[in-house]
Design a protein around this ligand. Structure first.
Ligand code: F6R
Length: 610
């Protein structure tokens, strides 16, 4: 959470920092701030709330004038969102921005207070600023030594952007756990939490690794390891451009990203299909390598975990291998029975989610093989997993995940087909047919988006005033309902729960009244009759029922109030097209309610704290 940036070059630094922060607001938007060298002094401007507050403040105060500085957008952890808790924070002759959590901040703060330091904020970050100031006094005019001494005392995670008053043309940075890149332009350099922030200026960047310290001047970049030795690193190039991170005429990133889903699936699966069959060799996955796994865990958070739920149903059905799906924050502390010979799949858009990363590390310690399904190139999970399948969704800016989910699903399918083949549970012919169906999903989504927008939009108007609703489904439809429900609640703020349709009558059905709309998903032919019976049970008790069903199903009109149809494809693949109307319902409900769709309250996109 939190986004950091830094600039050192020839442009108007305040403008560059604010522009870059706009791209990082998805990481948190409780406050924003910048520190810029102005006439040789560090001038800090910061403000609680969205970046616009900072912009407005600088319009009235005048923005700092200079060409070197650092900036921050915050997702509050220590201390409530307020001006005083906003970054940058200052120590003696130093100002910093920070993404991460300093776990031993209390102990360090007490020590510094004993030494006479005064603190203004409640943040862990100010402790780092004061500690830097403290060590700078011990090693005057030596920023590298100061940073080395300071980070040696820190426990937890950090990506730090640092400016020292005595070095007005330089910025420094350090990283442990939290992501950090250094952007390399012509006569200008950047630091940022991710490439999105700086893509307008350059596509070339260095990925900063744990323990590294960065020193940037107008003339170049030096990167040091934890012992202070210079490192030579490979310059990477982002494989997408600035256009990908713009709204492109859509009112919100979320709806743009929903529309990008056909392309995202194509880009993700095409390189992994050869001669009509899945081919994951470039991901170090071969039939031989996966044929002996007897147990699989899928561990992830939120939407990524929901992609894992679909994966479980598909893998178990096709490959007949038992799959346990776990929430990463639970998995890591429940002493999971993971052993050598097991496979643990970690799914993550950002590749930096703290709990998912910890689950990956734990699984490796326990002797399991790990497979990462990750969108962000070069992220921690991508680098640490034994096997890796990148999803190619491109940058996902809206906080609510849509296209990243869809490509996670598409990869789960490819993997399930390959595993089923490796296990001898499906023939090559069956595998080929399933793969063909997967290849059809982009055009089906395209059809939904060009023909079927009005019904989800209309239905959203019916839901906008609801306080609470239920999603129900069976089998894969239940797995998909979980994601539908999360999407709705996170952006529309309407409470909702997903229930296995057959489980309702064991308690939850008592909630059903004419004030409790129900969104029912019915795409599975074998389960249709049973699901319809459950739908009728809620309808009979007054619920308004919105039914999302396969278009060829003949369903009694009495069973629903509104019907959204989804084009037919093999049942096992139905979650891919059926996800789209659920995303649309959530989107339009949030728009109806006047919410900030792309930046829902209290959330951040990259959850790098526990
Ligand atoms: C919801 C959403 C979150 C993320 C979760 C995991 O729309 O985006 O639930 O799925 O925070 O994030 P990643 O995939 O980055 O590990």
């Amino acid at each position: 959470m939190c986004g950091i940036v830094g600039y050192c070059g020839y442009r108007d630094c305040s403008d560059v920092l604010v522009e870059a922060l706009t791209k990082l607001e998805y990481r948190g938007y409780d406050s924003a701030g910048i520190a810029v060298f102005e006439d040789g002094n560090i001038r800090v401007e910061k403000s609680q709330g969205r970046l616009d507050n900072l912009r407005n403040k600088m319009l009235s105060d005048g923005k700092p004038e200079g060409t070197t500085g650092i900036g921050h957008t915050r997702w509050a952890t220590h201390g409530k969102p307020s001006d005083v808790n906003s970054h940058p924070h200052s120590g003696e002759k130093v100002a910093i921005v920070h993404n991460g959590i300093i776990e031993n901040y209390k102990e360090l703060k007490d020590l510094l207070i004993e030494k006479g330091q005064k603190f203004l904020s409640d943040t862990d970050t100010e402790v780092v600023a004061k500690l830097l100031g403290f060590y700078y006094k011990k090693s005057p005019m030596n920023p590298l030594e100061t940073i080395k001494n300071t980070v040696a005392r820190l426990e937890g995670s950090y990506a730090l952007g640092i400016v020292f008053e005595d070095f007005p043309d330089m910025i420094y940075a350090a990283r442990k756990e939290s992501p950090l890149i250094v952007g390399v332009g012509k006569d200008e350099f950047f630091i940022a939490s991710d490439v999105t922030a700086i893509i307008n200026y350059t596509k070339d960047y260095y990925l900063i690794e744990h323990g590294e310290i960065v020193e940037i001047s107008k003339d170049g970049v030096n990167i040091y390891d934890e012992h202070g030795d210079k490192k030579v690193k490979t310059l990477l190039t982002a494989d997408w451009d600035a256009e990908a991170a713009k709204k492109g005429g859509y009112p919100h990133f979320m709806i743009k990203e929903i529309h990008e889903q056909p392309d995202s699936i194509n880009t993700t699966i095409r390189p992994r299909i050869s001669n009509g069959m899945p081919n994951l060799e470039e991901c170090q996955i071969t039939l031989d390598k996966i044929k002996d796994f007897k147990k699989i865990f899928i561990v992830a958070c939120g939407t990524a975990m929901h992609a894992g739920m679909v994966g479980k149903y598909v893998i178990e059905k096709l490959a007949r291998v038992p799959v346990v799906v776990d929430i990463a924050s639970e998995f890591r502390y429940r002493e999971p029975i993971v052993e050598e010979g097991d496979l643990v799949i970690i799914i993550s858009q950002s590749g930096e989610t703290a709990d998912s990363l910890a689950a990956l590390r734990l699984s490796k310690e326990l002797g399991a093989k790990t497979l990462g399904i990750v969108n962000a190139k070069g992220s921690s999970i991508a680098r640490e997993a034994d096997m890796l399948i990148y999803t190619h969704a491109g940058p996902e800016i809206a906080v609510a995940s849509t296209k990243a989910y869809i490509v996670q699903l598409s990869v789960m399918y490819l993997f399930a087909f390959e595993l089923a083949l490796a296990k001898g549970k499906i023939t090559e012919e069956e595998c080929c047919t399933l793969t063909q169906h997967l290849e059809l999903t982009p055009s089906i989504i395209h059809r939904i988006l060009s023909e079927n927008l009005s019904m989800p939009q209309f239905v959203a108007t019916k839901l906008a005033a609801a306080d609470s609703l239920l999603y129900i489904g069976r089998g894969l439809d239940y797995a998909l309902s979980m994601e539908g429900s999360l999407k709705l609640k996170e952006i529309s703020y309407i409470h909702s729960e997903a229930y296995a349709a057959g489980e309702l009558k064991h308690g939850t059905i008592s909630l059903i009244t004419d004030n409790m709309p129900v969104i029912a998903v019915a795409t599975q032919e074998k389960l249709l009759e049973k699901t319809i019976s459950n739908i009728k049970e809620v309808k009979a008790r007054g619920a308004m029922v919105i039914l999302v069903a396969r278009e060829d199903f003949k369903i009694d009109h009495e069973a629903y109030d509104y019907l959204i149809t989804v084009p037919k494809i093999d049942d096992v693949l139905m979650p891919i097209p059926a996800a789209v109307p659920l995303q649309l319902i959530a989107y339009y409900a949030a728009v109806q309610r006047g919410n900030d769709v792309d930046k829902p309250r209290n959330l951040a996109k990259s959850v790098t704290v526990e």
